[in-house]
Ligand binder design. Structure first.
Ligand code: DC
Length: 205
């Protein structure tokens, strides 16, 4: 059975938690596509050219334990505006989406560019302030020396770059179901996401 779920939205909106929860609920494989861009960004911080880094990406790059920092997030957002970088990552993502047994992909352009024919599209969002607070708690909880003010500025800067870039900007697909997580607990959002998917999963598949 092939069944593709596309989950898009800005940084720290809750995409990761929702994607993991939905994929676990339905027994589907999950790909966090942001990790691909983070891994490319990480390699550029180490001095490599962005396109060469994207073409040379290996599974080990995705398993690095230093991809979650604010510095790597900004580097990821910067390499993500480069068309050659995006092009180098398309086939892997589409192949993953078509795997047998169902797939959940989360990112910025999954429902619009990578999988425009996805069976279900969710667009997960929340206000910049709510997202920045979540990201601040996550980063400071991991020991990062960073202020709330700095995290909010980073979130807004990354939003602007991700939403205003020429290629594959972050926008909801026309047929996406919108989930605003600003005033909802993550459990409530996950229930809403599972219900939306359940509606489209054919019982005969
Ligand atoms: O989801 P994330 O915060 O890990 O993503 C890091 C950056 O990667 C994000 O700011 C923009 C880029 N990205 C993208 O352009 N397209 C995707 N499908 C996923 C991430």
């Amino acid at each position: 059975m092939r069944f593709t779920i596309a989950i898009d939205g800005p940084a720290a909106a809750g995409k990761g938690t929702i994607s993991k929860g939905v994929s676990a609920h339905f027994g589907f494989a999950h790909l966090d596509t942001g990790l691909l861009y983070r891994a490319v960004g990480r390699r550029t911080l180490d001095g490599e050219g962005p396109e060469a880094a994207a073409l040379a990406l290996t599974p080990e790059d995705l398993n690095r334990d230093d991809l979650r920092s604010a510095q790597v997030a900004q580097a990821a957002s910067k390499v993500a505006v480069i068309p050659e970088v995006r092009a180098a990552l398309v086939d892997f993502q589409r192949g993953f989406a078509r795997r047998d047994g169902g797939a959940v992909l989360d990112g910025r352009d999954i429902g619009t560019v990578i999988c425009p024919d996805a069976d279900v599209k969710l667009y997960v969002t929340a206000s910049p302030e709510v997202r920045a607070e979540r990201r601040y708690l996550e980063l400071s909880g991991n020991g990062a020396d960073i202020s709330r003010h700095q995290v909010l500025a980073d979130v807004k800067e990354r939003d602007a770059r991700d939403m205003e870039r020429a290629q594959a900007p972050l926008i909801p697909a026309k047929d996406a179901i919108l989930l605003d997580t600003s005033d909802l607990s993550i459990d409530d959002v996950l229930m809403a996401a599972v219900a939306a998917v359940q509606d489209r999963v054919s019982p005969t598949d």
